[in-house]
Structures are given as C-alpha cells and as structure tokens.
Design a protein around this ligand. Structure first.
Ligand SMILES: Cc1ncc(C[n+]2csc(CCOP(=O)(O)OP(=O)(O)O)c2C)c(N)n1
Ligand SMILES: [Mg+2]
Length: 540
C-alpha cells in the first residue's frame, strides 16, 4: 500500500515528503525513501514538517506533502496546515491511524483525525479498506490542486501491509483550469480604469512573476504602486512608482497614496488593513481566484483570470492621460518617506538598529535570493525598510505563526538549491524552531539564518508597554545561538556592531554550510506602532 500511495503522489508531481517517523506511518516513509522520484526529509518536529510542506508549495506551486504518526504526531501538524490553508498553499498531510479494530476506541494514540483537522483542511479521508485507497488518495490530490488548499488522508495501520490492485491514476491537468472573465467584463474594467484621475495599484503575492507587467501598467496609467509583504521583490523597490509596503509595517507614502487616490486597482492581493484605509474611492480588483474578489474589501468591480495574460490586455486598453499633479505628488511622497527612513538605516552602531540590519541584509543578499521571514517586530521592520530587487519573500502571511522562518528556509533551499536562501527570524521564533537547524546540517543545505536577537518577544512587548502592562514576561533568556549553530555542525557568528555585520553576513552566506548570524539588536518600539498609538490618542 505504501508503494501505491508513493506512486500516486509521484504521478501528480510530488517530489518531497517532510515528516517525523512514527509506527503508524513507517511503511509509507519506507516506500517514499525507496521511490526513485520522491525524497523523504526526516525533520525534528511535525509542525516544522507542515511549515516546510507549506513553504515549498508557496515557493514552487507544487504539492507539498507532510507526514506524521497518529495521536501526538498529527496534533503537531495543525499549525503548519493552518498556515497553508490561510495562504492557499497546496499541501497534503498523510498520517497513520490506529488499526481498524482499534478505531473509535480509547486505544493509545487514537483521536478522530478528521475532526481534529476539520478547521484546517478542506477534505479529510480515512482509509480502512484497500478498495477505498484509490478514491481517497485521488480525491485528496484533486482537492489540493483544484482548491489550492490543504487536504488530509489517514491510513489505518493494518492497511499499509495489504496490497491493492488499483492502477495509479494519472494527473488530471484540467484541474488547473483557471476561471476567466468574459471579454465584456474586461472591457468594462478598462473603461472604469480610464476614468481614474489619481490611480493607485495595490499588488500582492498573486502577481508572481508578472512584476514587470505591473510596472508597465503603472507607467502607462500613471499610478503609484503599493506592495503587500509577500509581493516585495516582485517589483524593484527603487522603481519611482513603487511607494513601499502597506499597513503597520509599511510606508507612510504608500498609505497616504492609497487614501488620496480616487481609484485603486488591486492585483493578486487580499490584504486590506482597514484601519489604515479610509479610502472612499472605487476599487477594481483583479485576481486569479474568483472568491478573492471582495474577500476583505469593498470592491466595486472584479476581473478574474490569469494575471500574466490579463495585464498586457489591460495596459493596451489604457488611454494615456497626463496626470502631472498626481505624479509629482507620488514623487514627493516617496522622497519624504525615503528621507524619513534614511535616519533609521544609518542609525548608531551598537546594539544594531533593526532598520540598519534590514538594509545591510538587503545590500548583502543576492538579487534573486529567497527570504524566509518569521513573525514579529523584525518582520514589520523588514516591510518598512526592505526595498527589493528580484527576491522571493516567504512568509506566514495570514496565519502569522512564529517559528515559520527557519523551516521555510530549509524547505526553500532544498526545493531551489541554485538560489541563495536567507531567513530573518526573531530570537523568540528562532527558539521555537531551532531544532530544524540540525535538519539543514543533516541535508547539507547552506541556508543563512539571521537572528534578530533583541532579547524580547518585541512585538508583544511593544503592545504591553504602550498599554502600561507589565511586559517582564516577554523578555527572553536566550542561549548563545552562534555556539548552538557550531555544535550542530554548522557555522555560527555573533555580531554586536553594525559595521561588523556588513563583513560577517557575506562570509556566512558563502561559507558553504548552514549558518546562524546572531545579531544583537536594539528593540525600539516600532515607529508604526508609535504612529498608530498617537493617532488613537488623538481620536479619543
Ligand atoms: C505560534 C505563535 N505564537 C505566538 C504568537 C504571537 N506573537 C506575535 S509576534 C511575537 C513575538 C515574536 O518574538 P521574536 O521572534 O523575538 O520577534 P521580535 O518581535 O522580537 O522581532 C509573538 C509571540 C504568534 N504570532 N504565533
Ligand atoms: Mg525578539
């Protein structure tokens, strides 16, 4: 049975399975290891296995697979599957279950797995006879591909040893058929866009490789561009029309532009931080997924289809109208913003200011690096300062789990060995996932983990501090992360001074081993939070 499942996965393009061994899945793991087109990655924690499957799916678009045993194994998968569900990453979880005759009893490690995972997967199948296998496995794969959503199958332990005569079902390419708006709908959208006097574009992860096309449209339409965090790097940040990120971690330029615009075209984004957007104008939204239209924002018109093919059509339909006043307003906003953050990226040396750390990291990394982010103050600093050239940003976008960055980096390096992979993680997130550093060592994956060591769960500290709460418990008791990297068999560096950082980072990135750069960083209250609090006080 293990062979059948492995063959079926390979036939549908799966290349890697991440998991932790446990007796209810051993035959499956064995079959994956023996399969010529599959690789099994034994990791330390099932949550990391699910994060890796999710990160791989986000980076490559292929199905990411994770596996775990029954009971505690599957319980640990939940967080990573929730991440996949929230960011629409195609992930399949395969778990073992107790023997058929122990189902629904209080036998050790039994839990109703379908019920346990119900909120985080679209479909959960249980295989208790060989006759079902084909249907359940293919149904789960179809769900994952067509719905871009996680699915789950569990296999009762005694079924693994039985054989099935079922043939492997070939991949069904029609499942990838995209929804497509009619030509009339597209024409009407273009007509609307041509009415704009002060246009703005909000571009998100769905832009993918079409960053150049977005820039082309913006140039002709004479609009500014705001980027959500996963879209950073899809368009060069130094393009004059790119005004930065959006929301708490974003740029004031971008927020002001979106509020002063009379029309916003949202392309491949669902992020709409309401408290930043009192936008009264019209919104046109373009997305590959129909249900994303109007998901989080009041949209007046939607177009659905392949972004790469629709953008040139829309651009062609735009009638050039000169919008000098708007363009000079955009230039002014961008300049004011760059002036404001220039102080942050050149600030005092010790401990390293977070803005300066992000800038040096950006200057050091390759133009097409993969950057895996964790969740915390360092993430909003990244959003604020990172301009981007052609990098891919991996992030736990909507679920926002700490501990995502390191496993995501490991999966990225293994999926795209030719690309430089850097993770930017907080000391809190590092502590949650640091066991996976030895996974990087084991599989010889030279990733660079930059630890923003500010001694706190700073994002939570900021909030507690501003609300006059006792924030003592957010202080961290950190081990020496650089030494830890060394004893795992990787390279470890500790940096206390910004000048040194510019020297050490390239060394770490080129050392050929997994490396940790532990950067002793300042923890100022994030300026976006200060601004938000000032606004709140003004109102009350
Ligand atoms: C799994 C999980 N637990 C808790 C949180 C709440 N949380 C959000 S940011 C943050 C702080 C993370 O601290 P650290 O990794 O040190 O990053 P910093 O904010 O200091 O840059 C926490 C605990 C979360 N998002 N996910
Ligand atoms: Mg921290």
């Amino acid at each position: 049975m293990g062979e059948f499942v492995a063959d079926q996965l390979a036939a549908w393009g799966v290349k890697a399975v991440y998991g932790v061994a446990g007796d209810a899945v051993l035959p499956f793991i064995d079959a994956v290891q023996r399969h010529p087109r599959l690789n099994f990655y034994g990791v330390k924690h099932e949550t990391a296995a699910a994060f890796m499957a999710s990160a791989r799916a986000k980076l490559t678009g292929e199905i990411g697979v994770c596996t775990a045993t029954s009971g505690p194994g599957i319980a640990n998968l939940i967080n990573g599957l929730a991440d996949a569900k929230n960011d629409r990453a195609p992930v399949l979880a395969i778990t073992g279950q107790v023997e058929t005759y122990n189902l629904a009893t209080n036998y050790k490690q039994y839990v109703d797995q379908g019920m346990l995972l119900a909120p985080v997967v679209e479909y959960s199948g249980l295989i208790i006879t060989t006759e079902q296998v084909n249907d359940v496995v293919v149904k789960s794969l179809r769900n994952v591909i067509a719905g871009k959503t996680p699915a789950h199958i569990s296999v009762a332990m005694d079924i693994w040893s039985q054989n099935t005569e079922e043939p492997v079902r070939q991949f069904e390419p029609f499942l990838k058929t995209q929804s497509q708006s009619t030509p009339e709908t597209i024409r009407e959208a273009i007509r609307l866009l041509n009415e704009a006097q002060r246009p703005a574009i909000l571009a998100g992860r769905g832009v993918g490789r079409s960053g150049g096309l977005v820039a082309g449209l913006a140039e002709k339409w004479q609009s500014g561009i705001s980027l959500t965090m996963p879209a950073k790097g899809m368009l060069p940040g130094d393009h004059p029309l790119v005004l930065g990120g959006l929301g708490e971690g974003g740029s004031a330029a971008s927020t002001i532009m979106l509020n002063e615009a009379d029309m916003i075209l949202i392309i491949g984004a669902t992020w709409w931080p309401e408290s930043y957007l009192s936008f009264p104008g019209r919104i046109v939204q373009l997305d590959a997924v129909p249900e994303n239209i109007g998901r989080n924002m009041p949209v007046s018109y939607g177009i659905v289809g392949n972004i790469e093919s629709l953008l040139p059509e829309i651009t062609t339909g735009i009638v050039i109208k000169h919008k000098e006043d708007w363009l000079s307003r955009l230039a002014q906003l961008k300049k004011e913003w760059l002036d404001r953050i220039s102080v942050e990226i050149t600030a005092e040396e010790t401990p390293v200011p977070p803005g300066r750390l992000v800038k040096i990291l950006e200057e050091t990394m390759e133009k097409n690096a993969v950057v895996a982010l964790d969740v915390g103050d360092h993430t909003v600093w990244f959003n604020r300062i990172f301009s981007g050239t052609n990098q891919t940003v991996l992030i736990s976008g909507n679920w926002r789990s700490t501990g995502f960055g390191l496993p995501a980096a490991v999966a990225a390096k293994q999926a795209a060995p030719e690309r430089q992979v850097v993770a930017l993680v907080g000391d809190g997130g590092m502590a949650q996932s640091m066991a996976e550093f030895s996974t990087a060592v084991r599989y010889r994956l030279p990733v660079t983990i930059v630890v923003v060591n500010n001694g706190y769960l700073a994002m939570e500290k900021d909030k507690m501090q501003l609300q006059q709460m006792n924030y003592e418990t957010t202080a961290l008791t950190n081990p020496d992360f650089a030494k830890y990297a060394g004893i795992c068999g990787g390279m470890g560096y500790r940096v206390e001074n910004a000048g040194k950082l510019a020297e050490i980072l390239p060394e770490a990135m080129n050392c050929g081993l997994p490396a940790v750069v532990d950067v002793i960083t300042a923890a100022p209250v994030f300026p976006g939070v200060v601004d938000k609090e000032a606004k709140r006080r003004q109102k009350s």
